[in-house]
Design a protein around this ligand. Structure first.
Ligand code: FES
Length: 185
């Protein structure tokens, strides 16, 4: 409950008469003596917890990227736009192909990455919209201004682009790989 200060109370009048507007602030040391707490340990635990949180978060993001790359079975529903882009086994490691998605006015690039498998991105460079091409060193190269992206994440490695390539989610049904969704990032 908040206790209001009575301007006419004896204590208030006395403080005013002595020029003491407010009770003196309690010194930091007194406060700590009355409430002993292992502050040093608290700081260590906080930093450790923060580090754990950051590592856990980045691990979860990495896992999410993997999950997003291929959804698994083809999602169903009236809103699902599934476009067949390749057959299973069609691309050997380091092979890639360009496909139309979601329509003939936009293209994606499907790559079979060594040790990662199939990934797909919009092939439109996020700088000034030139088409990127895959290189066997695991990068996507934009020839217009030497933009470079990591093919396993779509993130920018070098050059003028500042945003990663949009991811294209894939799904599999039977022996067919479908593009199902563009994920802007
Ligand atoms: S358009 Fe790709 S780097 Fe400029």
């Amino acid at each position: 409950m908040i206790q209001e200060v009575d301007p006419q109370s004896e204590a208030t009048k006395q403080r005013r008469s002595t020029g003491e507007a407010n009770p003196p602030a309690r010194r930091n040391e007194e406060w700590r003596e009355e409430f002993p707490y292992p502050w040093d340990e608290d700081e260590i635990v906080t930093r450790r917890d923060t580090l754990r949180f950051l590592l856990g978060g980045s691990g979860a993001l990495f896992a999410a990227t993997g999950i997003l790359a291929i959804l698994g079975n083809l999602p169903k529903g009236p809103d699902v736009q599934a476009v067949p882009v390749a057959k299973l086994g069609e691309l050997k490691e380091n092979e890639w192909k360009v496909f139309d998605f979601p329509d003939q006015y936009a293209q994606g690039i499907l790559i079979n990455l060594p040790r990662k498998g199939l990934v797909a991105y919009s092939d439109v460079c996020t700088h000034l919209s030139c088409a990127v091409v895959y290189r066997e060193n695991g990068t996507l190269h934009c020839p217009c201004h030497e933009g470079l992206f990591d093919a396993s994440t779509g993130n920018v490695l070098a050059g003028p682009p500042t945003r990663p390539l949009p991811l294209i989610e894939l799904a599999i049904e039977g022996d067919t790989i479908y593009a199902v969704k563009v994920v802007p990032r």
